[in-house]
Write a protein that binds this ligand. Structure first.
Ligand code: G4P
Length: 285
């Protein structure tokens, strides 16, 4: 889903989050496992202070397994609960309930000390558009409960999905705005298709992706498209166009089409499992 963000939208999203946060004990923050930092909302920590926190690395199937584990550790070290999942296929979802209990243990114990027993934990899912919030809720709750995709206005009033006797989930996810101001983050968000391609022209975006892949995943492009490596990413695009018969007017190479093809292949995991940012970049390890 593409969402055009204006200051008005951001204010509305923030207000909705602030209203809903009052009702819950736990924020389940979904991030994209390929860019766990760049897909985080800049203000969530401020909005979610005093709440239990769980970070879910979603779309873990599209990211490198080793990196997923490193990111889970990274967030745990920062004091969050963290888990990796594939909401689409259900991988990792089984463990979520126990992770939720664990994330809320402090609160449950506080309740118990005050004599409050068996009060369910109330949780909400939040994240930037397209990170997989609806898919996650659907998979967690069973198919019937919510519809995938954002359909504003479908649900009137607050509805809770009872996951089991100890956890209730708000049925509408909190939509958060992405990091547009940070140019590096915006570029990565554009790579995964989470903000509109218009941040850069398709060819420029594809060229940037090629630069990244040649540096971090050398050989991936060559193997996928049967092309020789090229120093210049635009030359690489021409080679992909040639190899995939992307042509205009019968004979000219259509690098625009080759760019769209490359981006689509990357976004859907057809280039393999690729992680665009590593905890080591931040911790220096
Ligand atoms: P949102 O509510 O946060 O906006 O996201 P939504 O659930 O609508 O999911 C956005 C896209 O991400 C969907 O793809 C969805 O299938 C996909 N997705 C969600 N979780 C995962 C995951 O763990 N792994 C993978 N590989 N994909 C995931 P789509 O192209 O919009 O729809 P469709 O082609 O899957 O029907």
């Amino acid at each position: 889903m593409h969402f055009q963000w204006y200051p008005g939208h951001m204010t509305k999203a923030r207000r909705m989050m602030q209203e809903n946060i009052k009702l819950i004990d736990l924020i389940i923050e979904l991030v994209d496992a390929r860019i766990p930092l760049s897909s985080r909302n800049p203000d969530i920590d401020e909005m979610g202070k005093n709440k239990a926190r769980l970070i879910v690395l979603n779309k873990a199937d599209l990211a490198e397994e080793k990196r997923n584990d490193e990111w889970v550790e990274f967030f745990k070290e920062k004091g969050y609960s963290a888990v990796k999942v594939n909401s689409k296929k259900g991988g990792g979802i089984k463990s979520i309930q126990s992770v939720i209990q664990e994330a809320c243990r402090e609160k449950t114990e506080r309740d118990r000390r005050r004599g409050i027993l068996n009060r369910p934990v109330r949780a909400m899912v939040a994240g930037i558009p397209n990170v997989g919030k609806s898919t996650f809720i659907n998979t967690l709750a069973g198919k019937a409960c919510t519809k995938t995709g954002n359909k504003p206005g479908v649900t009137k009033g607050k509805q809770w999905i009872r996951l089991n006797k100890s956890v209730e989930l708000l049925d509408t996810p909190g939509i958060l705005w992405p990091k547009f101001e940070d140019q590096t983050a915006a570029l990565k968000l554009a790579f995964i298709g989470s903000i509109k391609d218009e941040i850069l022209q398709t060819e420029e975006l594809a060229a940037e992706l090629i630069r990244f892949l040649e540096k971090e995943y050398a050989g991936v492009i060559g193997r996928k498209y049967s092309v020789e490596p090229a120093e210049d990413p635009y030359e690489c695009l021409r080679r992909i166009a040639e190899s995939r018969h992307c042509l205009v007017r019968g004979s000219e190479l259509d690098t625009e089409k080759a760019s769209a093809l490359l981006l689509d292949d990357f976004r859907n995991g057809r280039l393999g499992r690729i992680t665009l940012e590593n905890p080591g970049d931040i911790t220096g390890k």
